[in-house]
Design a protein around this ligand. Structure first.
Ligand SMILES: Cc1ncc(COP(=O)(O)O)c(C=O)c1O
Length: 441
């Protein structure tokens, strides 16, 4: 690690300001971040976007308040529902059955949910989804604001949007009230460092800050804080140039990969399909079904034979992120790997039956009640009709299949059994073999 990182690893003292009530250098850095991300206020977070998302939801929802959100949200949102006591109103996420991935939400679904639950306090959306699908956020914001609902955005994968005109609108550009951004994912800060940004009059910044302070560590790392400031500076001054190169590299790789037998990487042809108003071109969702390979097996080949690590794999795809950290060499290596994989595996057609992602199960108890209720183990295969006591997800991307408080169905049991057979990494359950599931007594 070298010495420097330890020399920089200071903690709270007057000259270094306080993250809890910034007046000095942290305030200055946060104000610069607000300007760079086109917001009225920015708050540094050192516990990851997870803490930012928890803070955003707790800042808007009190126990029992309703919040409208798509089903394909990250697991941090389920933590936020437990902490806040909010009641989720799920909108079904569109699924592209050819690719086997979830899309964004459609405007008419948002409208339907808002009209059905006009008392809801907020609409929560992803910008973009893990796979780079972007919903029509500006229109959603107008719709939600007409009903006096706040718009909260998980922008974990969209921190770069504000810095290039060819990228989709950022949450702030779209008019959202609050957004949580993983600066450590798509821009250059260190892991765990994130940003919450705010604009408009709907929410009181002092209250938002008070809530964010609830979960922020009292020992914030100045190495992480400084890395946020440096990443902001880099994005503000050089972001457009770096992102132009990134987008060009990603488009080149998409074109090359699409010329290979058995491989498909979606691009702008998706725009206009249900749940896709635009896409993030820097994400390459490489579909390998035509090679007779699963995404998981492809991830293993890339690691073992090519020393390449992708962001995630699922039954049919691997997701490669092209970022400002990439160059021609790294992107060429990815393309060369797929030249080789395509040559070796094409012809072996995929015999496997397509996996149908089950619908959203019925909610019997709100997440907080379910979390605190008494539970007991129950044989998994015979658990249909029981109220689930744990959260089960395929990880990555960390999208839950069933959550605490929801009723287990036969459809969910057979879906999970198939994922087990495909050796998909399942997480969240007390029994890692999932022979038993914890249900509510
Ligand atoms: C969509 C989404 N939201 C939120 C998070 C949480 O971010 P962090 O890991 O910074 O806590 C992730 C992490 O992967 C994510 O994919």
């Amino acid at each position: 690690m070298g010495r420097r990182v330890f020399q920089l690893d200071l903690t709270l003292m007057p000259d270094l300001d306080s993250i809890f009530a910034p007046q000095g250098v942290i305030k200055e850095a946060q104000d610069l971040a607000a300007e760079a991300f086109q917001a009225d206020a920015a708050y540094f977070i050192v516990n990851g976007t997870t803490a930012g998302i928890q803070g955003m939801i707790m800042a808007v929802c009190r126990p029992g308040d309703k919040i409208i959100l798509p089903r394909n949200v990250h697991k941090s949102v389920f933590g936020a529902l437990i902490l806040s006591g909010a009641e989720p109103i799920y909108m079904p996420a569109e699924v592209d059955s050819e690719l086997g991935i979830t899309m964004g939400v459609q405007l008419d679904q948002v409208e339907h949910a808002i009209r059905a639950y006009p008392e809801a306090k907020a609409v929560f959306v992803l910008n973009p989804t893990y796979y780079g699908m972007v919903s029509d956020l500006p229109a959603m914001v107008t719709m939600a604001h007409d009903y006096n609902m706040a718009v909260l955005v998980d922008e974990a994968h969209g921190a770069h949007f504000a810095f290039h005109p060819l990228l989709p609108p950022s949450a702030m550009e779209a008019g959202a009230d609050l957004a949580a951004l993983s600066i450590h994912k798509m821009l250059g800060s260190l892991t765990q460092s994130s940003l919450v940004v705010q604009q408009g009059e709907r929410l009181d910044p002092a209250y938002v800050k008070t809530v964010l302070n609830l979960t922020q560590t009292t020992s914030p790392s100045y190495v992480l804080l400084a890395s946020l400031d440096i990443a902001r500076k880099q994005a503000y001054f050089d972001g457009e140039k770096m992102l132009r190169r990134t987008i060009n590299l990603a488009n080149w790789a998409r074109h090359e990969l699409n010329s290979l037998p058995g491989i498909y990487v979606f691009g702008s042809e998706m725009i206009g399909r249900p749940g896709c108003a635009s896409i993030d071109p820097t994400k390459l969702c490489i579909n390998v079904r035509g090679l007779g390979l699963s995404g998981r097996a492809t991830e293993e080949i890339l690691r073992r034979d090519w020393r390449l690590q992708v962001e995630l794999s699922d039954p049919g795809n691997v997701l490669a992120l092209i970022t400002i950290g990439d160059d021609k060499k790294s992107v060429r290596k990815l393309v060369s790997a797929f030249y080789d994989i395509s040559r070796r595996f094409f012809e072996r057609s995929l015999k496997e039956r397509e996996l149908i992602v089950p619908g959203i199960p019925e909610l019997a108890l709100v997440p907080k009640e379910a979390f605190y209720a008494d539970k007991r183990p129950h044989e998994f295969k015979a658990a249909a009709g029981k109220i689930c006591g744990e959260l089960i997800m395929a990880y990555p991307p960390g999208i839950p299949i069933i959550c605490p408080g929801e009723i287990i169905t036969e459809e969910i049991i057979s879906y999970i059994e198939e994922l087990k057979q495909k050796k998909t990494w399942l997480q969240g359950m007390a029994d890692p073999t999932l022979e038993h599931i914890r249900v509510i007594r």
